[in-house]
Design a protein around this ligand. Structure first.
Ligand code: NDP
Ligand code: GDR
Length: 331
């Protein structure tokens, strides 16, 4: 039985990846950081199937200890401070988690079993930032536009560097935006679908938004975690763009979400200048040809289907139609 460690298992991607690996027969271990109140909402349904261990990306020895105990075959490094606006408010913390945190995970692998552990790094289309070519591929030059993007770029290059320096099996997945019913509510898709559901149910009167003109390439997280796993099964470690190849403005997301509940978005959306970013990423659209040709990966959920599913899920949740679950325990 293969053993995998997921950092960031409590996050959106961590929960979908844990489900995927369990379905493939893996023993799944997750790293969680210490908190005064447990935040296991996305993994409660996996109680009894996954094992949780306390460690922190800020603490080198805690990572080494967990890896020594588990002796994993694969490590998926998904933990990060992942919300772009916060990275301007907490730039130093962002670089500690999102940039040098990657080095700490790589160092633990190098120390314990550099040839025996396969490593996945959660890189981001935010590294393209002020885009230098359309669509973006693995060879498009990077130009990050936020402290988050800069930190992710460090994480990307240190992953490439450990592959080249130590011949370690290190992959960097350059993933474009991917969303789901489990997306954090501060990100634009979930903010919109949750807001629309609240308006429909009479629980809110307006939806305050920032820049509606920014364009993103949005897919579903379940499709994207499959790409992570496929990268680590390939015979050669490499970097891959994972995207749908389609781009849509934020306004289209808003329109589709309001359409799902038969409301006119113009009556409810208020533009709030405070929600604009100091530097914006205007246009992202990825070219997933390499992942398609080399790994055989392709996305299955379309953009309209993604938005529809998220709105319907938020409506059901707000109406109380979701089952409570038990809590997984930390080892
Ligand atoms: P989330 O924000 O949902 O999850 C982030 C996870 O990281 C949480 O489990 C969080 O734990 C954990 N974490 C944060 N800091 C630490 C720390 N110091 N030590 C241990 N764990 C920590 O992100 P997503 O699931 O959406 O994304 C997963 C990864 O992929 C992230 O690295 C993100 O930057 C990257 N990415 C995401 C994309 C997307 O569109 N979703 C696209 C490209 C890249 P806690 O619950 O305790 O806060
Ligand atoms: P992003 O995602 O910054 O692309 O990073 P987010 O959903 O936060 O923003 C997407 C775009 O929407 C515009 N926008 C708003 N955004 C938010 N959050 N709230 C608003 O009210 C709002 N109004 C307009 C933003 O300006 C932006 O252009 C996500 C994260 O998951 C990263 O961790 C990941 O690396 C990248 O995707 C790929």
């Amino acid at each position: 039985m293969k053993k995998a460690v997921i950092t960031g298992i409590t996050g959106q991607d961590g929960s979908y990846l844990a489900e995927l690996l369990l379905s493939k027969g893996y023993q799944v271990h997750g790293i969680v950081r210490r908190s005064s109140s447990e935040n296991f909402e996305r993994i409660n349904h996996l109680t009894g199937q996954i094992q949780l261990h306390q460690a922190d990306l800020l603490d080198q020895l805690s990572i080494i200890d967990v890896f020594r105990e588990i002796e994993p075959d694969e490590v998926y490094n998904l933990a990060a401070m992942s919300f772009v606006p916060t990275s301007w408010k907490q730039p130093v913390l962002t670089s500690e988690f999102t940039a040098t945190g990657v080095t700490r995970v790589l160092e633990a692998i190098r120390l314990l079993n550099p040839k025996g552990i396969r490593f996945y790094q959660a890189s981001s289309s935010e590294m393209f930032g002020k885009v230098q070519a359309v669509p973006q591929t693995e060879s498009t030059p990077f130009y990050p536009r936020s402290p988050y993007g800069v930190a992710k770029l460090y994480g990307h290059w240190i992953t490439v560097n450990y592959r080249e320096s130590y011949d370690m099996f290190c992959c960097s997945g350059i993933l474009f935006n991917h969303e789901s019913e489990r997306r954090g509510k501060e990100f634009v898709t979930r903010k919109v679908t949750d807001g629309v559901a609240r308006i429909k149910l009479g629980m809110a009167k307006e939806l305050r938004m920032g820049n509606l003109e920014a364009k993103r390439d949005w897919g579903h997280a379940a499709d994207y975690v499959r790409a992570m796993w496929m990268m680590l099964q390939h015979h050669e470690a490499d970097d891959f763009v994972i995207a749908t190849g389609e781009t849509h403005p934020v306004q289209e997301l808003v329109e589709l979400a309001f359409d799902t509940v038969n409301l006119d978005w113009r009556k409810y959306v208020v533009i709030d200048p405070k929600l604009f970013r100091p530097a914006e990423v205007d246009l992202l659209v990825g070219d997933p040809a390499k992942a398609k040709n080399v790994l055989g990966w392709k996305p299955e959920v379309s953009f309209p289907e993604l938005v529809r599913r998220m709105v319907l899920s938020d409506l059901a949740r707000l109406q109380g139609n979701t089952a409570p679950a038990s809590q997984p325990k930390i080892a």
